[in-house]
Ligand binder design. Structure first.
Ligand SMILES: [Zn+2]
Length: 338
């Protein structure tokens, strides 16, 4: 491995080098790493990022399997394996970030502080040096979900890149410090949410998508029809509010969601769908913030006899059943039907 900056770069790893299991592979890497997979055509490069969240294994599994199977990509592929340390923190693949650390996929903007900020900045420097044709950042949803793409720009290329994996693209105007925001104008970039973290179908989808991306001569080969929706609103639990997952309202908490609330992911829901229950503070414990910073809680939700309902038909996405993520990041995103 070549250690010139804070992120080592591994040239042309072979199947003998990468361990038998993905866990072995991560132990060999030991930390954030670039892998350089030389293409048949060495004049062009595509980039893939994954494991920015240590509990989202589908992308790194796909890359490990690809190398184990001994394939060669059509063009060079630069792979970035991000939060190896979080992934290896016991139990393996259960930590989004290193305990006490920052969320790496919120650090791709200045001031690039702390260990995660330094990694994010070094990663961007390498990408800008390489100038890839495109960048795909592979994630998993923390609850069960169909796969979809997310982009900050809507164009033919973003739809083509999404279509390699899924038939749905969400174009977001929210700005959180994610990788795709930092490269959106430099080259086509999409985030792929491959499906739930523990879902073998998500691993297979990530692998097949990675293969298509790596083997295509041109992106024009990769045109699949994609439905596009715009501007999800992020729904957070306000600071100091409490929440729990249970099958009936918990009297001592501000928000109770059913343990299987992730079954609501991506379906279109009517105003008769009960999302959960709120306590005596009602909707005050929720923040539903759009890109302009407006709180839309009271226009999106209503409360009937303590039951949390939608005020208009909507689609939910990124619904988590992980209480740590629900408290520290967000509960879900909502796409109201207009
Ligand atoms: Zn993620």
């Amino acid at each position: 491995m070549n250690h010139t900056g804070p992120i080592p770069r591994w040239e042309a790893p072979t199947r003998q080098d990468v361990g038998h299991t993905v866990e072995e592979f991560l132990r060999i890497l030991g930390g954030p790493t670039f892998l350089w997979l030389p293409g048949l055509d060495t004049t062009r490069t595509r980039a893939v990022s994954t494991l920015l969240h240590g509990n989202e294994p589908s992308g790194v599994r796909a890359i490990h399997r690809w190398i184990r199977e001994g394939h060669q990509p059509q063009v060079n592929v630069l792979c970035f394996i991000g939060n190896v340390e979080a992934a290896l923190t016991d139990p393996v693949f259960s930590h989004r970030s290193i305990p006490g650390g920052q969320d790496l996929n919120r650090c791709f903007r200045s001031p690039f502080e702390g260990p995660e900020g330094i990694i994010a900045q070094a990663m961007l420097e390498e990408l800008y040096r390489i100038q890839p044709e495109a960048l795909i950042d592979i994630h998993n949803t923390s609850g069960r979900s169909p796969a979809y793409g997310v982009a900050t720009q809507n164009g033919v290329m973003q739809e083509s890149l999404t279509g390699i994996f899924s038939d749905h693209l969400v174009v977001t105007d929210l700005r959180l410090g994610t990788l795709m925001e930092a490269t959106e104008t430099a080259w086509p970039t999409v985030t792929i949410e491959a499906g739930g973290t523990a879902d073998p179908k998500a691993h297979e989808l990530a692998y097949r998508g990675f293969s298509r991306y790596a083997l295509a001569k041109d992106f024009s080969e990769l045109s699949y029809p994609v439905t596009v929706t715009h501007h999800p609103i992020r729904v957070e639990l306000k600071k100091g509010a409490s929440m729990a997952y249970a099958s009936a309202p918990m009297p001592e908490v501000d928000l109770t969601l059913p343990q299987d609330v992730d079954r609501l992911n991506f379906g279109t829901l009517s105003t008769h769908e009960r999302l959960g229950w709120v306590g005596s503070r009602g909707l005050d414990v929720l923040g539903a913030i759009n890109a302009a910073g407006e709180n839309l809680t009271s226009t999106l939700f209503s409360v009937r006899h303590g039951e949390l309902m939608l005020a208009r038909p909507s689609r939910l996405m990124m619904v988590t059943t992980n209480p740590d993520i629900a408290r520290s990041d967000c509960l879900f995103y909502i796409l109201p039907h207009v």
